[in-house]
Design a protein around this ligand. Structure first.
Ligand code: E4P
Length: 217
């Protein structure tokens, strides 16, 4: 499973990238706002740092304008994935931009039907939002499983990019279900290392080691 980092924070991306944990990056207008950076500048910096796909989101709502924005974003680097929303205009933009050879990430997906439309429009990635479905007492993980089944039934090659991940359980469950990619905030990816039995076990080993009076170095 590929790991994308859901942030426009260069330092956070760099830290995870040095450990080989970053297969790509996703950004959105809210994350650009949070970074306080210019979208074109920060996206270029991320693309220079990371080899894999870097999603940059269009903000127009009409297809022609989305296509123009997508073309401009795509000029930043070869590893840009143009992110478009799951609207009818977004699907038109997806069809055109993917037809021109660009990677396209169709975002804000909340249903199997939306995922089917995105695959038919040539999306490289479909981004179902798990956390936002959970927020309204629906089951985000069930949607990931449903899309996996439907895509497998028909051999669609669009990659399932599990998004709006809020917890380490979302990541483990996405892996169990067979999502192709997860995108998660840096703190959630780092939290995957934590287990109370690891902490407890290490404490016991260190305590026993101190009693030996030995040193390795
Ligand atoms: C992914 O591409 C989205 O930018 C992101 O995962 C949304 O997450 P949120 O629902 O926590 O804002």
């Amino acid at each position: 499973m590929k790991f994308f980092v859901d942030t426009a924070d260069i330092d956070a991306i760099r830290e995870l990238h040095e450990l080989g944990m970053v297969d790509g990056v996703t950004t959105n207008p809210s994350l650009i706002l949070k970074s306080g950076r210019d979208i074109l500048e920060v996206t270029k910096e991320i693309c220079d740092l990371v080899e894999g796909p870097v999603s940059g989101q269009v903000v127009a709502t009409e297809a022609d304008d989305m296509i123009a924005e997508g073309r401009k974003l795509a000029q930043i680097a070869d590893n840009i994935a143009v992110k478009v929303p799951l609207t009818w205009d977004g699907l038109k933009a997806c069809k055109t931009l993917s037809g021109e050879g660009n990677m396209v990430n169709v975002t804000l997906c909340f249903s199997v039907n939306q995922a089917l439309l995105a695959a038919k429009a040539g999306a490289t990635f479909i981004s179902p939002f798990i956390g936002r479905l959970d927020d309204i007492n629906l089951d985000g993980m069930e949607l990931i499983g449903d899309i996996r089944n439907v895509y497998d039934n028909y051999g669609y090659e669009t990659q399932i990019l599990a998004a709006s991940i809020r917890s380490v359980n979302h990541i483990a469950d996405s892996a169990r279900i067979g999502a192709d990619v997860i995108t998660a905030p840096p703190n959630v990816i780092k939290a995957m290392v934590k287990h109370p039995l690891t902490d407890k076990g290490l404490e016991a080993f260190l305590s026993d080691w101190a009693k030996t009076g030995q040193k390795i170095l």
